[in-house]
Write a protein that binds this ligand. Sequence first.
Ligand code: NAP
Length: 490
Amino acid sequence: MARRENGRPPALARPTLWREAALVGGVWTRGDTSLAVTDPASGQVLGHVPNLPARVVLHAVEAAHRALPAWRAQTAKARGALLRRWSELILANQEDLARIVSSEQGKPLAEAVSEVRSAAAYAEWFAEEARRAYGDVIPGHLADKRLQVIKTPVGVVGAITPWNFPSSMVTRKLAPALAAGCTVVLKPSELTPFSALALAALAEEAGAPTGVINVVTGDAAPIGDVLVEDPRVRKLTFTGSTAVGRQLAGRSLANLKRVSLELGGNAPFIVFEDADVEAAVEGAMIAKFRNAGQTCICANRFLVHEAVYDAFARRLAERAQGLVLGGGLEPDTTQGPLINAAAIDKARRHVRDALERGARLLTGGEAIGGTHFQPTVLTEAPPDALLCREETFGPVAGLIRFSGEREAMEMANDSAAGLAAYVYTRDLARSHRLAEALEYGMIGFNTGAMTTEAAPFGGIKESGQGREGSRYGLDDYLDVKTICIDVPAL
Ligand code: NAP
């Protein structure tokens, strides 16, 4: 595929995975105008993708609608076989896919490889789940009635994904949709479209029929308008910020579409007096600094018992100072750049606000070279500081002191968000109490890493609705249909 002069894509073993075109009805489409995609570490242009007008997005919906009857009519086993081939191709091309992720998103290559493996794992998981869309047989409510429940695909799905996990967010939505028998129009973030386009190229290679997967690129608003307004799109699945999700969900519900939402978080990370402090610091490094703090389940507020507060703060600052800042593809990098200038500004604003409210800076606190932000640890962060109230989405850890379990639990729940929470304690009874009391969709006890395709991922409160991954993930793409049959006695 020809490349623009001023784009510098990463070196790939298979250059054909780099697609500067959208996929509409089985045709790789360039469009009349394009958007530049940049490497967040250097600001250099990597390449361009089409800026599609609504007219072409409508073609994509039309293609998905046309492909639906044949796709849903395939056996679940056949749909699963396609997903398995897709998963295998993702793994076979994981180095290239990871280089694409690192280039457009900025995360260190090792993190990008694990994201791509996770993308493959979702495709593999739903290859297996496709055959388990079981219904029910219910004892008849009358002597001459028989009741059954069957599950049928929702139909055409509009999927919108964010920039922070440009690869795994795609299969986490597309694999269950395809397993269920749905067809899809996907809109990846304009900041990171190349990962989605490469995955779509591999899905084609795996044998995805024309129109089953469509990927549209360009300005978000006109694409979003089509996906929420076109009656042929029966469901919207969105991962991104709470503000945009709220707006798109409102409009989708007004059109009576099904909606799944994976939105922002404000995860508490609670360290009790009986915790293994070294293990808690290890978990905090993952939960806070992975992807430079740009994950929805990032620890955002550290609630630390006064008995271990100083030891935890000191060790966390030491470990944070050991992170190596650089471009994602540089071999020593353990923390990549933030995605753009707005992300740097937010981190800076949160640090300044906390300091003005009396927090103390243990380490970091500065932007470097306009694209990186130092790993930062602040102590005595007041609970009303911005970094405790809002998702920072950057490598900034604010530590709050507490002295009792109830106080910690109440502070942890004092948030509109309800995505992830972390607890470090060795007390079994306390673990059970908090598992029940914490208002979060996912809770990690003595671990900073809990995401897997085998477990349901999702939030409560303003963090969203619906679940991805696991056997629950398939339900989001299935309608429940009741069958009542009249069976008169002989
Ligand atoms: P965002 O600004 O809400 O964008 C998410 C997606 O929505 C992008 O594809 C974006 O497109 C698109 N979008 C924006 N405005 C739109 C509109 N009017 N119509 C249709 N689409 C629109 O969020 P983000 O900054 O990319 O992602 C970070 C947020 O996502 C954080 O809050 C994070 O917590 C959340 N997140 C949640 C999960 C989860 O599973 N709960 C996972 C990952 C991230 P463009 O980028 O092209 O503008």
